[in-house]
Design a protein around this ligand. Structure first.
Ligand SMILES: Cc1cc2nc3c(=O)[nH]c(=O)nc-3n(C[C@H](O)[C@H](O)[C@H](O)COP(=O)(O)OP(=O)(O)OC[C@H]3O[C@@H](n4cnc5c(N)ncnc54)[C@H](O)[C@@H]3O)c2cc1C
Length: 379
């Protein structure tokens, strides 16, 4: 979000300094802050269980092509995005929600069930009665590359980037880990899951930060090629209430082809920076990893799963269920709270953050929610 915000501000003619650490070469040796976008794949889609999230994504996706073209950095892989849920049981409401939003928002999609679903996507096995929607604009983005593309455009528009950490803020003066200080008329704090943990804000925003585990299966290139046409998938297995997400084989920077699955009903909370560091230095929860791999084996029974491993990440859920994009003090804007879904729509969230930071108001931006920030009531 922060880098997209910097791009929108710089391209609007404002002088901008973007502050944030590079991704660590070895997380085990890194003191943080880590990030929730240090990965090669994030699902993108317009389909959503909520109209505002669908609009945030639709507007971002509509600008992907321009960002790629002008930066020269590709990140969008429109392989199709599918959502699927049972027609009865605890997961049915999720299906009602995304199909309802697809209808009211007029989102282009193919509605699939039964034999048509099985014929179109033979790699998946769903419970009888499963309802699915396939989104042609969906697929996956490389979040690292998207951030680099936004940064490239911000720099081209005059922004300065400091690969450093903000350790303190006093009004518009930001002190960095290097000891340098930056003075700015306006400050945007877009520190993701750390927003409630660092001393940059006058109050702790009400956010729950969850430690998340993801599971990967490594494929040989020919096995990956055999899954050409596989979309990204968000689905609710039978007899389960929470959704899981799945990405098709992606060639990771180390050359491996990996399928990734994630999604947990509940997981440990992270409250402090040391909590975050401990978690990100690990490889997630083995138990959660086993459950995810078992779910993967059920939805993709033909997938070779000899080589698998797990990883760690963190998501920040706000009490409103929407990102906080709000002025929280004179000269200070908060832009945080991806709710496990903020990568795909980071460009639009960055644009809204830029609007607020330059004194604008979001009331006429076409959203049902107001993106207000909520203070954590706990002392
Ligand atoms: C396992 C997993 C899977 C996900 N899958 C999806 C998906 O498929 N689709 C999707 O849309 N979203 C997905 N998300 C959510 C998405 O990644 C996040 O919503 C998004 O990354 C949030 O963006 P952000 O800019 O708020 O935070 P981040 O991406 O975490 O960026 C915050 C940045 O601030 C930096 N920072 C922190 N403190 C400081 C400081 N004091 N000074 C300077 N810099 C600081 C951090 O190092 C980091 O670079 C997933 C998240 C996880 C964890």
């Amino acid at each position: 979000m922060g880098t997209a915000c910097a791009r929108h501000l710089a391209e609007a003619g404002h002088s901008v300094v973007l502050i944030g650490p590079e991704e660590p070469a070895d997380p085990a040796l890194f003191e943080g802050p880590f990030a929730s976008h240090h990965d090669a794949g994030r699902i993108t889609r317009i389909l959503a269980h909520d109209a505002d999230w669908a609009r945030l994504s639709a507007r971002s996706i509509a600008r992907y092509g321009d960002i790629e073209a002008r930066s020269g950095i590709g990140f969008y892989h429109p392989v199709g995005g599918m959502m699927a849920a049972p027609s009865a049981g605890p997961g049915a409401a999720f299906g009602d929600a995304f199909l309802g939003v697809a209808g009211t928002e007029g989102i282009a999609h193919d509605r699939l069930e039964g034999a048509a679903l099985a014929a179109r996507f033979p790699m998946f096995r769903f419970a009888p009665g499963t309802r699915a929607a396939w989104d042609p604009a969906g697929g996956w983005i490389d979040p690292r590359a998207m951030r680099r593309a936004e940064e490239t455009l911000a720099i081209a528009a005059g922004a300065r980037v400091l690969p450093d950490v903000a350790v303190a803020r006093r009004d518009g003066r930001i002190t960095l880990g290097s000891g340098e200080a930056v003075d700015a008329g306006e400050v945007v704090v877009a520190t993701g899951a750390y927003a409630g943990m660092d001393a940059l804000l006058p109050f702790r925003p009400a956010m729950e930060v969850y430690a998340r585990t993801i599971a990967f299966v490594e494929l040989a290139q020919r096995e990956a090629a055999a899954l050409a046409g596989m979309p990204t998938l968000i689905f609710v297995p039978e007899e389960q209430a929470h959704d899981l997400y799945l990405l098709p084989p992606i060639r990771y920077p180390d050359g491996r082809w990996l399928v990734k699955i994630g999604g947990e009903d509940d997981s440990p909370r992270l409250r402090t920076k040391p909590d975050m560091t401990r978690w990100f230095r690990g490889s997630g929860s083995a138990g959660a990893g086993r459950e995810l791999l078992a779910a993967l084996g059920r939805v993709m029974p033909g997938l070779p799963m000899e080589r698998s491993f797990t990883g760690a990440c963190a998501v920040a859920f706000t009490t409103t269920g929407k990102p906080y994009v709000a002025r929280i003090a004179p000269g200070l804007t908060l832009l945080a709270g991806g709710n496990g879904a903020g990568a795909k729509c980071a460009d639009e969230l960055g644009r809204l953050g830029a609007l607020v930071a330059t004194g604008g108001d979001l009331a006429d931006e076409g959203y049902g929610c107001d993106f207000r920030a909520v203070e954590d009531a706990a002392p």
